[in-house]
Design a binder for this molecule. Structure first.
Ligand SMILES: [Zn+2]
Length: 265
């Protein structure tokens, strides 16, 4: 779709916005233009969209418990951040709607919580991994990025951006924005994995995968697998109060570190 002129302007400023993020991100330069205001937390599965099953726990129950605890930790400790859940009960929410909620809210972060499972080697395979959107379907982000660009123009343009408009005719600007989202998603995913490791978890790494729930995201987005529900030890851990508290602390610490890095005073 050809970009209409008003959107070209918006896209230009949005590109400046994302580029400035990239600069501060990579070079640790000072900027006062960015704040994380809204975080969407997605509890995987729910209702008839059943997740994986352990010997006593169910994925959709565990993910909801962890999502609600994470949301509470953020609301209690980050007063400037609004938390939005894709579900707060045993509801069936299609994947497209989950990321749609985040895009419509112009969220700054999207975090999807899941439990891993494996059919073979049920008892031995374990560990944690965090996914970011793979590059195969990055084109789906274009619409969300354009919409976000409009909002950025309305809210922040006059106050925050005095730079000359870069020529947005070229889709390169969108590619830069997408690459920046990818870098930020990887950054958050890495911080999450680092926190898991500190608590003695097995690190299965950060992976890029073409996941439907992440692909159309107009913001940094990760899907974290908090443990194998098919592994008896990890099933006990992820469904226990102590285990969930530890997982939530890991996620919260990672978000806090990520927020601090981007919101340089
Ligand atoms: Zn799942």
């Amino acid at each position: 779709m050809k970009i209409i002129p008003s959107r070209r302007v918006a896209a230009g400023f949005a590109a400046v916005f994302f580029c400035s993020l990239l600069v501060s991100f990579t070079n640790n330069l000072q900027t006062d233009t960015y704040r994380i205001r809204t975080i969407v937390i997605d509890a995987g599965h729910g209702s008839d969209i059943r997740g994986a099953k352990g010997s006593h726990a169910r994925e959709e129950v565990v993910t909801l418990q962890v999502a609600l605890k994470l949301g509470k930790a953020i609301q209690d400790n980050m007063k400037d951040v609004k938390v939005i859940y894709t579900r707060t009960s045993d509801l069936s929410v299609p994947l497209y709607k989950r990321i749609d909620i985040a895009n419509k809210a112009k969220a700054d972060l999207f975090i999807s919580i899941h439990c891993n499972s494996i059919v073979n080697n049920r008892s031995t395979t374990r560990g944690v991994e965090t996914m970011v959107a793979g590059t195969a379907r990055l084109g789906e982000q274009d619409l969300a990025l354009r919409e976000n660009a409009d909002i950025l123009l309305e809210k922040d343009y006059k106050k925050n951006y005095k730079q000359p408009i870069i020529d947005p005719e070229d889709m390169i600007v969108f590619n830069m924005m997408k690459q920046n989202l990818r870098l930020q998603s990887i950054r958050l995913a890495t911080l999450i994995q680092d926190e898991y490791v500190k608590t003695g978890r097995i690190n299965r790494g950060v992976k890029e995968q073409p996941l439907a729930v992440l692909q159309p995201a107009g913001m940094p987005a990760v899907l974290t697998e908090i443990g194998f529900i098919s592994n008896p030890e990890e099933e006990d851990y992820i469904s226990s109060e102590a285990g969930q508290t530890e997982i939530v602390n890991c996620l919260f610490n990672a978000i806090q570190a990520y927020k601090k890095q981007l919101e340089i005073q």
